[in-house]
Write a protein that binds this ligand. Structure first.
Ligand code: NDP
Ligand code: 8X3
Length: 250
């Protein structure tokens, strides 16, 4: 029986690469994001491999989240795999100079958005006593780096919520995993620096992880036998030792 995966943040980076990887393995896909045109293009690209449905909503908007998930057609209503991936950083400022709008965005998207989507999907998993939730955390959820304050806080929250989910959903046989990458070359830094050229420097001088590297790891996590759960996985580029130590070309 083919499985169905619900992927948030499928318009770009890790979410998009995961959709492509899952399609290769013929997993049915529900692809979510705000940029509808990108979702439509990806749907067309992947439909020769698998069934694809798109949902266009902002994870910050509770009622949009619930009505989008309610609107799923019968063939996509049973969700076996939830990839809570939508998220981003806004700004890289010392705490005394940080912007309230940036803080709101990070907490609302990375933490509350993940909770809203999970709240809408978990009941069907508990009812069926099966399912797999993968939360995309970050090395920033394990270690705080200078000026990372609120982003790191949001990702520490993702890790704590993941552990809480694993405890509470254990009796239902639901797997809960965290995949925590270090530096991955996506649109992440363009969003963090709001299009500023500073973003171009982030992945220069070393080989950063690519979105496809993380997608392959996520597929590995979801394709383990029923009795195996990868609870918490940290992955860095070889050039990175921790959040602040990156070996760059001279
Ligand atoms: P991208 O910016 O490339 O992708 C982010 C995705 O999140 C987009 O598809 C975007 O879709 C979606 N998204 C953002 N805000 C919202 C929103 N309000 N509602 C719905 N969807 C939203 O970044 P990455 O692929 O790198 O990031 C994916 C995840 O990986 C994030 O959680 C990030 O924190 C995490 N991560 C990234 C790392 C990196 O170095 N790149 C390292 C560790 C973790 P759209 O704008 O169309 O809505
Ligand atoms: C993204 C990785 O180090 O830019 O979560 O915060 S980092």
């Amino acid at each position: 029986m083919k499985k169905t995966a619900f992927i948030t943040g499928a318009t770009s980076g890790i979410g998009r690469a995961t959709a492509i990887e899952f399609a290769k393995h013929h997993i049915n896909l529900i692809l979510c994001g705000r940029r509808l045109e990108r979702l439509e293009i990806l749907k067309k690209e992947l439909e020769p491999l698998t069934q694809v449905h798109i949902l266009h909503f902002d994870v910050r908007d509770k009622s949009e989240v619930f009505s989008a998930i309610d609107s799923l057609p019968e063939a996509f209503k049973t969700i076996d795999i939830l990839i809570n991936n939508a998220g981003n950083a806004h700004g890289l400022d010392p705490i005394q100079e940080g912007h309230l709008d940036d803080w709101d965005a990070m907490m609302d998207i990375n933490v509350k958005g993940l909770l809203y989507v999970s709240k809408a999907i978990i009941p069907q998993m508990t009812e069926r006593q099966s399912g797999h939730i993968i939360n995309i955390g970050s090395s920033a959820g394990k270690e705080v780096y200078p000026n990372g304050n609120v982003y790191c806080g949001s990702k520490h929250a993702v890790l704590a919520i993941t552990e809480g989910m694993r405890l509470d959903l254990n009796k239902f046989g639901i797997k809960v995993s965290a995949v925590n990458p270090g530096l991955v070359e996506t649109e992440f830094s363009k969003v963090r620096f709001k299009g500023d050229v500073k973003a171009d420097a982030v992945y220069k001088g070393f080989k950063a992880l690519q979105a496809e590297d993380i997608a392959e790891i996520i597929y590995f996590v979801v394709s383990r036998p029923t009795h195996v759960n990868i609870a918490d996985l940290l992955v860095f580029p070889t050039a990175q030792a921790n959040s602040v130590t990156v070996k760059k070309d001279e």
